[in-house]
Write a protein that binds this ligand. Sequence first.
Ligand code: DON
Length: 317
Amino acid sequence: KPQSPLASAAWTRSKPPLLRFLNDCLTEFSAETSGAVADYIPELSKADPAYFGISLATLDGHVYEVGDSRVPFTIQSMSKPFVFALALDMLGAARVESAIGVEPSGDPFNSIRLNAENHPFNPMVNAGAIACTGLIQESKGEAAFEEIRKALGRFAGRELDVDEAVYTSESQTGDRNRAIAYLLRTNAVIKDNVAAVLDVYFRQCAVLVTARDIAVMAATLANRGVNPVTGEQVMTPYAISRTLSVMTSSGMYDYAGEWIYRIGIPAKSGVGGGILAALPARLGLGSYSPRLDKHGNSVRGIKVCEALSSHYDLHML
Ligand code: DON
C-alpha cells in the first residue's frame, strides 16, 4: 500500500469509495498534531503519538481498515458501555438502575461528584462504571473479570487479552478511582470489597483491542447485539438499546452535548486514544490515535467522526 494514497491515482481508483474515504481521513487528519497522550496512567504515556488507525464495520459483516488498524491499545473507558450491557443482562435492569443513574453529569469523566441520591450520574463516567463493575463483582466474585473479558471478546469476535503493564500502572496510581470507590461504598452502591472491585475495573480498562476490534464491537451495538462478523447474539436487544441511550447522552462526558449536536452518532471514547461510534442499524466505527483533547477524547478520532457524519450525512436526527 502506498504511503500517500492521494499520490497514487491507481490505488485510489481501484478501491471501494468507503475505503477511499477512510484513507482520505487518514491522510488529511495525520496533519493534526494537537492534543496530548494521556500520562496520568504512567504506562499510557509510552504510546507513540503518531499511531493512527481507522476501521469501519458494516452490518453485513464487511470490515474496512486503514492505517494502524491492527495496533493493539487499551480499551479504557470504551469498556464501559459493554460492561453496562453485561450488567443489565446479568442482573436485570431494576437492580442496575437502583444503583446507577442515566442522567448526563456535565462533569469530566473522573469527577467524584455523585447525584442527589448519592449514586453515580450514569454508567459512562468512572463512578458509574466502577459501580457497574461492582454489581458484577458482587454477583460473580472471583469470576467477575473473566465474565467481562469473555463478554468483550464476544463483541469483538475474538478472545481479548490484558496489557499487564497498563493494568499494574493504573492500579499503582489510581487513587482518584480509589477515592470514588470508597465514596460509593459509604453510600452503599458498592457493598464490600472495594479493592476487589477496583482490581476488576483496572483490568477491564487494560483489555487490549485494535481499531478493527472496536469497529466490530460498535457494529454489534449498531446491530441490536448481533455481531455482524460472527453472527452471535451477544446481548439482548434491550440491553443494547439502553446502552446506546447512555452513550448518546453521556458517552463523551462534558463534551456529550456538543458531540451529539454536531456529530449525531452515539459514541464512547477511551484515554488510550480510541473512539467507538455506533450508528444504529447502519455501522460501527473504531479509531485509534493517542493524542487527546482536554475532555480526554482523541483529537483525530473526533475529526474522523465529524467527517464521517457530514460526508455521508449520518447525523441520526
Ligand atoms: O479510570 C480511568 O481513569 C481510566 N481507566 C479510564 C478513563 C477513560 O478512558 C476516560 N475516557 N476518555
